[in-house]
Design a binder for this molecule. Structure first.
Ligand SMILES: [Zn+2]
Length: 342
C-alpha cells in the first residue's frame, strides 16, 4: 500500500487494519486478498483511464466489502472479516467432497469435472474462491464507476452487508446494475482461466462456467441464510423474509435471479457455440450449490431449503428485476456508463 494512501485512510479514521500482531497464516490470507484486489484495481484503472483507487482492509470483523468516495478519492475496501470468513467457507475439504459426488447431467461436463480434479494446475476450492472475489471486486468497481458518472463532488458509501436499512430505490437500481456488470466480468474471468489451463474441450469450459455461477450463488446464499459470519459448527440458518421495495439491497432471491439472467446473457452473446441454455445453467450450477450446502449443513433438508427460498417468489422476483432493469435504463449514471459502452 502506498504511504500517501495509508495517510489518507488514517486521517479520515477509516479503520485501517493493523496486522502486526497477527499470526503468519492469517497474514498470508490477508496478503492473498490484498494482492488480488490491487491487481484487479491496477488492471482496470488503466483500461478505464481512471484516477487511482485506494484499496485497504478495514479492521471490522464482519464479512463485508464496500465502495466509498471521500473528497474525490475513490476507495474499495473489505473488512478483515471478509478474507477470514470467505476462506473458511471455501476450503479444500468442502470442495473435494463435492468433486467426489458430482455427476452432472451432461457426460462431457461430468468427465471434465474428473479431469480438472486430477489436474495439477487446477484447485477447485481456489477457483471457487477466486470467482467469488472477482465478483465482489467488479461489483465494487462498478459502484466506483457509478460514482464517477455522477460528476459531482458528493461523498458516497455503498456497502454490501445484508442488513436492514432504509429503502432507497436508486440504491436498488445501482445494486442491480453492479451485480449484472460483475456477473459479466466473471464470465470473462472463466474464459481467462480456461485459456490458461490450455484445454480445448467444451466440457471443461462448461464445467468452469457452471462452477463459477454456483460460486456466486453459494456466496449470495451464505449471506442470505445468515451463515457467512458464523464460526462454530453446526451452522444455524437465519433466513430473511422475501421483500421487494425494502432495505438498501434487493432481496437475495431477486439478486440470484438477476445473476442467472446476467450469466445467461453473457454466455449467449459471447459463447453461442457452447449451446448452453438458461435451463442447463440453472440445473447444473444449482446442483453444485446444493452439494455444497448439503456438506456445510448436514442437519438441514437442503433441497427443501433451496426450493423454498429460491423459487418460492420467482414471479415476483423476476417482475421486480424487470422493473429495476427498466429504471436502470433511465438512471443518469447508468445511462452514461452504457453509452460509453462498458
Ligand atoms: Zn453494492
Amino acid at each position: 500500500m502506498k504511504e500517501e494512501d495509508k495517510i489518507f485512510i488514517l486521517e479520515n479514521n477509516l479503520g485501517l487494519l493493523d496486522t502486526s500482531y497477527y499470526e503468519e497464516d492469517r497474514i498470508e490470507i490477508f496478503n492473498y486478498f490484498q494482492r488480488k484486489f490491487e491487481t484487479l484495481i491496477n488492471f482496470n484503472s488503466e483500461i478505464y483511464n481512471m484516477n487511482p483507487i485506494i484499496f485497504y482492509i478495514n479492521d471490522k470483523l464482519t464479512c463485508n466489502a464496500f465502495a466509498q468516495r471521500i473528497d474525490n478519492r475513490n476507495i474499495i475496501g473489505i473488512n478483515q472479516g471478509y478474507p477470514i470468513m470467505m476462506s473458511s467457507k471455501f476450503t479444500n475439504k468442502l470442495f473435494d467432497d463435492i468433486i467426489f459426488t458430482a455427476f452432472l447431467n451432461d457426460k462431457d461436463v461430468s468427465d471434465a469435472f474428473a479431469d480438472l480434479y486430477e489436474s495439477n494446475d487446477f484447485q477447485f476450492s481456489e477457483y471457487m474462491l477466486d470467482c467469488s472475489i472477482e465478483f465482489t471486486f467488479y461489483h465494487e468497481f462498478r459502484h466506483i464507476r457509478q460514482f464517477d458518472a455522477m460528476h459531482g463532488k458528493s461523498n458516497f458509501l455503498l456497502s454490501e452487508n445484508f442488513s436492514v436499512q432504509e429503502f432507497d430505490f436508486r440504491k436498488h437500481i445501482w445494486e442491480y446494475d453492479a451485480d449484472k456488470s460483475a456477473a459479466h466480468q466473471v464470465v470473462l474471468f472463466v474464459l481467462s482461466v480456461h485459456r490458461k489451463l490450455g484445454y480445448k474441450s467444451k466440457g471443461i469450459l462448461k464445467c468452469l462456467l457452471f462452477s463459477a455461477l454456483s460460486s456466486l450463488i453459494i456466496t449470495k446464499y451464505l449471506f442470505y441464510f445468515g451463515l457467512i459470519n458464523q464460526i462454530n459448527k453446526p451452522y444455524k440458518i437465519n433466513i430473511s423474509n422475501f421483500y421487494t421495495k425494502k432495505n438498501w439491497h434487493p432481496h437475495p432471491e431477486v439478486s440470484v435471479h438477476n445473476l442467472f439472467d446476467s450469466f445467461n446473457l453473457a454466455i449467449e452473446d459471447g459463447l453461442p457455440h457452447l449451446d448452453i441454455n438458461i435451463q442447463d445453467l440453472l440445473i447444473n450450477s444449482l446442483y453444485i450449490a446444493k452439494l455444497y450446502f448439503k456438506i456445510l449443513l448436514p442437519n438441514y433438508d437442503v433441497e427443501k431449503l433451496i426450493s423454498e427460498n429460491m423459487f418460492s417468489h420467482i414471479d415476483e422476483a423476476n417482475q421486480y428485476n424487470d422493473l429495476l432493469h427498466k429504471y436502470a435504463l433511465t438512471d443518469s449514471a447508468i445511462k452514461q456508463l452504457i453509452n460509453n459502452i462498458t
